[in-house]
Design a protein around this ligand. Structure first.
Ligand code: NA7
Length: 543
C-alpha cells in the first residue's frame, strides 16, 4: 500500500516528536509507506512547545539521544551534561534533516478522528484540514506530557497583564525585567524556571500547592576529551542503558540503604547528590521499594533543603512531607531552593490558602492579594492518556477509546489495546514510559513495531489485535509490579491523580526497562504471544 495521491499508507504516525520521527525512520527504512501527521509547523513534540526559560532535559544529553545511527551519534556534539530545550530541539531538527524525514511529515495538521474498518482491516484517519487517509496501521506517537492542563481560576479573563503556560510557551522573547511575575505550580517546569526568572523579574511569587523533592543538576560543560571518550565507548554505554532498570547510563547500587551504617550512607548519598541528578533514586536499589530505605534518602534531601534555605518559615514550607521521595516525580534543579533566599522571591503556600480568584491586578488567595504583571501556569499536563484520548478513535463495533478506557488505559504491553486492531501506542501507559529514559523506550518500541509489521507481511496476515485475556493479565502484572514499589503512596500523575475525576490507576510499567525488554523478546519468540493475527480478505483482493 503506497499511494500518496490516494492517501493510502502502510502506517500513519501521529506526532513528530522523538517517537514519531524514530518510527518514521525505521518503518520507511523497512520499505513501508509512511506519513506523519504533526499539529505544529515544527518537529520536536514536547521540546518544541516547552520553551520556557530554564527548560532542560534532566536525563544526561548523551543518553537522551538516538542510538540507531553511529554516524549521527559521532557527528553530534552535545555541549552540556543536561541539554537546554534549545539544544535538544536543534538535535531533533538536525536528525530530521539528516535522515530527510520532513518530506514524509504533514505539518500544521491535527488528527481529529480515526475509525477502524473491520471489513478491510484499515484505519480511516481524518484531520482538521479535511484530509482523509487510509492506513493499515495507526501509530500514536503523541507523547505523555503533551496535553497541557490549566486550572479554571475564576476571573482569569479580567487579568490586565500577560498570561503564559509553560507547555505553550511563545517563540518570541518574553521580557521579565521590571515585572511582578507569578508562577503557579512547582513541578519540574516551575522548579526549572524559578531561578532564571528570579534573576530578571522585579518580584517573583511562586504559588506552591505541594512541596516536592529536587536534586541539583550539577550542570557542566562537556570538554572535548569527555566527548571523545564517550564517543569511543558509546556502544557499551548504550547497551548499559538498554539493560538498566531505567534506561539511564548507570546501574543502581546493589546494596540496600539499610545495609550501610548512617556514616556510610551519608557518603553514598553525598556522592549521588553531587553527581547523579535524577539518578539519586538509584543510590541504593531499594529507595523506591522499601519505606525505611526511602526514609533515609528523604531525610538526607530534607537536610539539604534546610542547609540551602535561610528563612525558617519558608524552609518549612519548601520541605516535602507525607509521601516517599521519588513517588511523585522529583525535579532536577539549578538553584531552585537558593532562589528563595533572594529579596525579590516570595513563596505563596496555596495548600493552606488556596487561590480564590484572578482579577485585573493579580491573584487573590485566602490570605490576601498578590499584585502581578504576568501569570505563568506551570501546572503540568493531562499525563499519559490526555493526548491519546483527545481525538475520537473508534475501534471494533463503534466503540471509542474513551469508552474503552473509562476506568483506565487497559492495554497489552502498553503497545496495544483489545478491540482496536492495528492500533499501536508508543511509550504510553502500560510501558516503562515516564519511569524510563524515554529515548531508550522509544527506540525499543519503534523497532518492535517495524518487526511486527514485517512479520505480519511475511505471514500474509493484515490484522493484529491484543487478546482480551493477554490484556487482562498484563494489566494485572502492571498493577502487581506497582504494588511492589512506593509509587502508589503519593498522589501523582503516575496514578492519574493530576486531573480530578481521572481514573485512579497506576499508569506506567514499573518492572524496569530491562525486564520489559526481556518480555517483548519473549513475546516475539513465542510468535507474538498474546496477539491474535488474521488475514482479512479486502475488496481489492476479491476483485
Ligand atoms: P507537573 O510535574 O505535573 O507539575 C505541575 C505543578 O502544578 C504541580 O506542582 C502541581 O501541584 C501544580 N498545580 C496543578 N494544578 C494546580 C492548581 N490548581 N493550583 C496550584 N498548583 C497547581 O508538571 P511540569 O510541567 O512541572 O512537569 C512535567 C514533567 O516534565 C515532569 O514530571 C518531568 O517529567 C518533565 P500538585 O503537585 O498537583 O499539588
Amino acid at each position: 500500500m503506497a499511494s500518496d495521491s490516494l492517501k493510502t499508507f502502510d502506517a500513519v504516525v501521529i506526532g513528530a516528536g522523538f517517537a514519531g520521527l524514530r518510527a518514521l525512520y525505521s518503518l520507511r527504512a523497512a520499505g513501508l509507506a509512511v506519513t506523519v501527521i504533526e499539529a505544529s509547523d515544527e518537529v520536536g513534540g514536547v521540546w518544541n512547545y516547552n520553551r520556557y526559560p530554564g527548560a532542560r532535559c534532566d536525563v544526561e544529553s548523551y543518553d537522551y539521544s538516538y542510538g540507531f545511527s553511529r554516524e549521527l551519534e559521532q557527528e553530534w556534539r552535545w555541549t552540556e551534561r543536561y541539554a537546554t530545550q534549545g539544544e535538544v530541539l536543534n538535535y531533533i531538527r538536525y536528525a530530521a534533516l539528516k535522515f530527510d524525514l520532513h518530506k514524509d511529515i504533514r505539518f500544521s495538521t491535527r488528527m481529529t478522528e480515526a475509525v477502524y474498518n473491520e471489513a478491510s482491516a484499515t484505519w480511516t484517519i481524518r484531520t482538521d484540514k479535511g484530509d482523509e487517509f487510509i492506513a493499515r496501521f495507526l501509530i500514536m506517537a503523541v507523547g505523555q506530557l503533551s496535553k497541557p492542563k490549566k486550572p479554571d481560576i475564576p476571573g482569569e479573563a479580567t487579568f490586565a497583564g500577560e498570561i503564559y503556560h509553560s507547555a505553550l510557551w511563545p517563540r518570541e522573547h518574553v521580557h521579565f525585567e521590571g515585572k511582578r511575575v507569578g508562577i503557579i505550580g512547582t513541578g519540574s517546569s516551575g522548579v526549572q524556571m524559578t531561578p532564571v526568572i528570579a534573576q530578571k523579574a522585579a518580584h517573583l511569587a511562586v504559588f506552591q500547592r505541594t512541596a516536592n523533592f529536587s536534586i541539583p543538576a550539577c550542570h557542566a560543560y562537556i570538554s572535548d576529551e569527555e566527548d571523545a571518550d564517550i564517543k569511543e565507548h558509546y556502544q557499551e554505554r548504550r547497551e548499559q542503558c538498554r539493560n538498566s532498570p531505567t534506561g539511564l547510563g548507570f546501574l543502581p547500587n546493589k546494596k540496600s540503604a539499610l545495609d550501610d551504617t548512617p556514616q556510610e550512607r551519608e557518603k553514598v548519598f553525598e556522592a549521588a547528590y553531587n553527581r547523579l541528578g535524577f539518578g539519586f533514586a538509584l543510590a541504593y536499589y531499594d529507595i523506591l521499594l522499601n519505606q525505611a530505605a526511602n526514609d533515609t534518602a528523604a531525610d538526607f534531601l530534607r537536610r539539604k533543603i534546610a542547609e540551602k534555605v535561610k528563612d525558617p518559615a519558608v524552609r518549612e514550607k519548601l520541605t516535602p512531607r507525607g509521601f516517599p521521595f521519588g513517588a511523585m516525580r522529583p525535579s532536577v534543579d539549578d538553584g531552585y531552593f537558593e532562589a528563595f533566599n533572594r529579596d525579590n522571591v516570595e513563596l505563596v503556600d496555596v495548600s493552606e490558602n488556596p487561590i480564590l480568584e484572578i482579577n485585573a491586578t493579580g491573584i487573590t488567595t485566602r490570605e490576601g492579594h498578590h499584585p502581578l504583571d504576568m501569570i505563568i501556569y506551570a501546572t503540568g499536563f493531562d499525563v499519559f492518556t490526555g493526548s491519546l484520548l483527545a481525538p475520537t478513535i473508534v475501534g471494533r463495533n463503534g466503540k471509542t477509546l474513551k469508552e474503552k478506557w473509562q476506568d483506565g488505559p487497559a492495554n497489552y504491553l502498553g503497545l496495544s489495546t483489545a478491540e482496536f486492531p492495528n492500533f499501536i501506542i508508543m511509550v504510553g501507559p502500560g510501558s516503562p514510559s515516564l519511569l524510563s529514559n524515554v529515548l531508550v523506550s522509544t527506540e525499543e518500541h519503534a523497532d518492535f513495531i517495524r518487526d511486527m509489521i514485517l512479520h505480519m507481511n511475511h505471514r500474509g496476515v493484515n490484522e493484529i489485535e491484543a487478546s482480551a485475556e493477554a490484556e487482562r493479565q498484563w494489566v494485572e502484572h502492571v498493577n502487581e509490579r506497582s504494588r511492589e514499589t512506593l509509587y502508589p503512596r503519593a498522589r501523582s500523575y503516575y496514578n492519574g491523580d493530576e486531573i480530578p475525576g481521572k481514573p485512579h490507576v497506576f499508569m506506567p510499567y514499573s518492572g524496569g526497562v530491562r525486564g520489559y525488554r526481556r518480555r517483548l523478546k519473549q513475546v516475539v519468540e513465542a510468535g507474538y504471544e498474546g496477539f491474535k493475527m488474521k488475514k482479512i480478505a479486502t475488496a481489492t483482493e476479491g476483485s
